[in-house]
Structure formats: C-alpha cells, structure tokens
Ligand binder design. Structure first.
Ligand code: CA
Length: 427
C-alpha cells in the first residue's frame, strides 16, 4: 500500500501532491518569501517548521532562506535528510501533528513565487520529432541537419526573464523580415507568438571550470525538474537567427511552474532511453552509459491547453492542444549535463538546462504551434468557432504533467500558465 498522510486529500488517487512527491516551492507570507513543500491541496511552510524546531538544526538557515539555492549548496545528504524529515512529519503516524498543522496553508489563495535563483539558462533541442517537423517546414529536402544524431544541440538562453507561472507575458515588438531584400524590415508587435512545451532540469551541484561531468555521475548533478514554457516569436526568430541562433525572439519571457519536483520523487517514473534505430550513428563514448540507456529517461504525460478570452467568458474549459512524453526525447537528461560540461564549462547551482520543445512522433504530440499549424498555414479550430495560427492577446497557455506507474501513487507537476498581454507602446 502507498505511504499514507494524515492529510486525507493527499491520499486520493487523483492528488498531484501525495506524500511521495513533496515538491519545493516558495510562498509569500506577510511580505516575505518562505520556502515550502506541497502536500495534497496544501503547502507546508519550511520557515515556520524551522521556527517550531521541527527540522534538523543544521538545516535551519537553508530552510529559512528565501530560495532553494542554500539547501542545494548543502548537498545530497542534506536533501535526503530534509525529505525524510518532511515525510515523517506528514505521514499518517506523524509526531508533532498539531505543530506541523500550524505551518500548513491552503495552496488556493496563496501567492506562489519563484523558489530558486537561476544564474544561467541553457535551452536544448532534444526532441528529434520536433527537430524533424520544424526542419521539414524550412528544409524539406534535409529536415534533420547532419550533426543532430551526434551532438545535443543547444544555445545559451536568458535567465533574467524567467518568471513563475501566473506572470503575464507582454507581446514583444521587434524586427521582422522585409518582404523584398530592398525593403526596410518592419518593427512591429510579433504576429507569430508561440509557446514551447519543455521540462526544466535544475542543477543542484556545481562542477569546477575545466572539469567535465562524466555521464555516470551526471544524474547526481540534477536536483529536480519543473515544467517550462519557452515563449517564442517566430517572425522575429526567422529574421534574426542566422548566423548565431535565437536571440530577441526568445529572451523576452520564459515561464516555469512554481513547484520543483525532486529527482528522488521521480525514481519510479524512470524509463529506458528512446531506442536508437540500428542505422543511427553510434554514440561517442562520452555520451554513452549503459545505466543511462537503461533508465535515464523520464516517463511523464505532458499536456498543453489553450484558454481564450471567449472561452473564459463562456465558462468553457481550456482546449487541449497536444499530449507528449519526454521519454520520446532523443537525448537523456544525463547526456545534456555531460555534453554541456564536456568542454569544461562550469554549471552553477540553480542553473536550468531545458530540454527544448517536447514533441512525439504523431501530429497530435507536437509541442508548439509552429509544428501544429505548420508555421501558421493550417489554423486550429477551437470549440468556440474561433481559430488560431499563433497566439492572440488574452490567450492563456497552460502546461500540465503527471506520472503514472503500477504500484506507485500518481504525481502531478502542477501547472505552468501565463496569459498574453498586448504589446506596450514601443520605441
Ligand atoms: Ca526552446
């Protein structure tokens, strides 16, 4: 039987946050930022638990810090110790239940904040299905570039514009391609605003500059995961991206879900790496590990929903745009960590390595509108009769994820959502 909590709602089969999950977040309490974990429909305030002397004394400073970085700096033993303590406090036979209850608040009505300082953000391109479908749009004769199956492709993103779920996204303004080479480019609000369904991997341990992380050790460097939406302005992107890659089309906003699921909670939901067809090139040895190929991938059900202003006005539920799974990615999280440091690059605690758009083999599993509408040429019809090629002002995108495995309680990652606001008067 699954471990039970004294909070009955955490034991329901539909709960996102059962006792086996305990994702970390941050909440506003009297104008201050406190760390917390989610349990059932509640959150448990770590600052208050430390005040009540319910946490190990040596972890009080980290648990009373506004962000997770101090806890991560303490290392694996501290992470495990805290998780065990919290599990004990919330288990059905828990001691100190009255004191623990005093640190419990309902998530509904709480203001959730960004729980971690993110020094760096790298975005990969790990879905071969995404890379192939996008490639087909722009290079039908060679959708996949020759490097794809050898090297995890990525670029350095922008950490300063990462915001937590619920923060609106202002439509960006920028240069778009002139209609003929002799014309001036336009400088206008984007007409091709898109989302990208991704997972964020949070780095929990740093490596000294000049010291690559071998693939066998790479999983130890990841603290946890959350949902991530890499907002993209496709018209700005197509004009600016050559020869150096994405820039202003991507760095205006990125949204993360408020809960960071520790890797420890995801053990039952590991999967084997997606099988490489026999005619694919052999992996270079530094990217290959038997353990990683056997259980290095993550098996999660990901969903994307769109809610328009008209849908909300008519009390219609959000419309599901797609479903996919990170177990279909061509590269595993460990391969991304190892490749990133293979040249000696130093990762920092709190860094995000994002997977890139997570798409599957079918059209219904495409993780962005660029793929779903074939760059705006095939509109999507919504239940209201509205249609979309790209996002309009007032549209809200909601990412959700959950894991199921026989014999284990289901866990859900919480929501990553944001609404598009009109462009501001520009330069
Ligand atoms: Ca991306």
């Amino acid at each position: 039987m699954a471990p039970q909590s004294w909070l009955p709602e955490a034991n329901l089969p539909t709960a996102d946050f059962p006792l086996t999950h305990l994702p970390y977040g941050a909440v506003e309490v009297h104008g201050q930022q406190h760390l917390c974990v989610a349990i059932g429909t509640h959150l448990l305030d770590l600052y208050a638990l430390a005040e009540a002397n319910l946490l190990p004394t040596h972890l009080h400073p980290a648990c009373q810090s506004p962000t997770l970085n101090a806890l991560l700096t303490q290392g694996h033993q501290a992470w495990t110790h805290l998780r065990q303590t919290l599990t004990t406090l919330l288990a059905a036979d828990a001691p100190h239940r009255t004191l623990t209850e005093a640190a419990l608040h309902s998530i509904a009505g709480a203001t959730l904040l960004k729980p971690i300082d993110i020094p760096n953000y790298t975005d990969f391109y790990a879905s071969i299905h995404h890379a192939t479908r996008v490639g087909l749009l722009f290079r039908p004769d060679q959708p996949l570039l020759p490097n794809y199956k050898h090297i995890p492709i990525g670029y350095h993103g922008r950490a300063s514009s990462i915001a937590v779920s619920g923060t609106p996204v202002i439509r960006p303004t920028g240069q778009t391609r002139p209609s003929t080479p002799s014309d001036q480019p336009s400088f206008i609000p984007t007409n091709a605003l898109d989302y990208e369904l991704e997972l964020a991997l949070y780095i929990g341990q740093s490596n000294p500059q000049g010291t690559p992380i071998p693939i066998e050790q790479a999983p130890h460097y990841i603290f946890g995961i959350s949902l991530l939406n890499d907002w993209s302005a496709r018209d700005l992107q197509s004009w600016e991206y050559q020869p150096l890659g994405p820039f202003l089309a991507k760095n205006f906003a990125t949204t993360i879900s408020p809960w960071i699921t520790p890797l420890a909670a995801l053990e039952p939901f590991r999967a084997s790496a997606t099988p490489r067809p026999s005619d694919d090139p052999k992996l270079l040895p530094y990217l290959h590990s038997k353990a990683d190929q056997t259980h290095g991938a993550l098996n999660l059900k990901l969903e994307v929903f769109l809610s328009t202003q008209t849908m909300r006005d008519n009390k219609l539920p959000p419309f599901q745009l797609s479903q996919s799974n990170p177990k279909d990615l061509y590269w595993t999280p460990a391969q991304l960590v190892t490749h990133h440091t293979s040249n000696g690059c130093n990762l920092q605690i709190g860094d995000i390595l994002a997977t890139g758009t997570i798409s599957g083999p079918s059209d219904a599993s495409a993780g962005c509108l660029l793929e779903l509408t074939r760059n705006g040429s095939v509109p999507i019809t919504l239940p209201t009769g509205e249609s979309r090629t790209f996002l309009l002002d007032g549209d809200e995108i909601i990412l959700r994820a959950h894991c199921d495995a026989p014999g284990h309680p289901r866990i859900g990652l919480g929501e990553c959502r944001a609404t598009i606001l009109p462009a501001r008067s520009s330069l």
